[in-house]
Design a protein around this ligand. Sequence first.
Ligand SMILES: CC(C)(COP(=O)(O)OP(=O)(O)OC[C@H]1O[C@@H](n2cnc3c(N)ncnc32)[C@H](O)[C@@H]1OP(=O)(O)O)[C@@H](O)C(=O)NCCC(=O)NCCS
Length: 193
Amino acid sequence: MSRINAIRDAVRSVTHLGDGPDASRLAGPEDAPALLAFLSDPAVHAPIYTLPRPLTEASVETFITDHLAQQADGEGLLFVREDRDGAIVGYSDIQVWPHWAAGELGGALDPSLHHQGRGTAGAAMSFSWMFRALHLDLICETASPENVPTHRLLDGLGFERRGEVTSVRTDGTTRASLVWEAMRADWFDRHKD
Ligand SMILES: CC(C)(COP(=O)(O)OP(=O)(O)OC[C@H]1O[C@@H](n2cnc3c(N)ncnc32)[C@H](O)[C@@H]1OP(=O)(O)O)[C@@H](O)C(=O)NCCC(=O)NCCS
């Protein structure tokens, strides 16, 4: 099987991000109300250019069903993480470009969980999982110039800065984004888990 098909098949067969009982699971249309409640906090949605605008239950449901279509194409995944009471406390949005064996991870944690090292730990686990489970060679990341926690997270995990691009939000407006990259070999030289 070609590398491209292996990547697409891996994306299509995924059900959880990572292993273990608290692994994030794929989002389904029934998650729209809880995901909207989570995303509605500006501390969650403001830094993220890929989210629907405006945020409504219908636009969030479309966001979820678009990702299910992307998964069927082997090119995208949307995961949610719940607490013990079933409230969504995090989400992860993975885009994959099979022809380049490349991917990108976006997402957010509930603000009550920020600044405790959880974002860095979760991102490190997710990047290792993307390289291994999705057979990627390259992970590309972006963040707005003022998103200092994400800069520190990516710099701290060993991602290399690659300049700046203009990102287009879902409503057509734009924002500047700084760009980072990590290659598989460099990642596992640094993260021997
Ligand atoms: C990005 C995000 C997941 C990071 O999660 P987190 O659990 O707060 O991250 P950590 O606690 O691991 O901190 C990561 C780094 O940011 C720093 N940091 C965290 N909160 C900070 C704050 N409010 N101000 C300045 N630095 C902060 C930490 O000190 C750490 O840096 P260090 O390792 O050099 O000390 C979280 O801030 C978030 O969900 N933000 C909203 C959405 C978003 O920006 N997503 C990323 C773009 S797609």
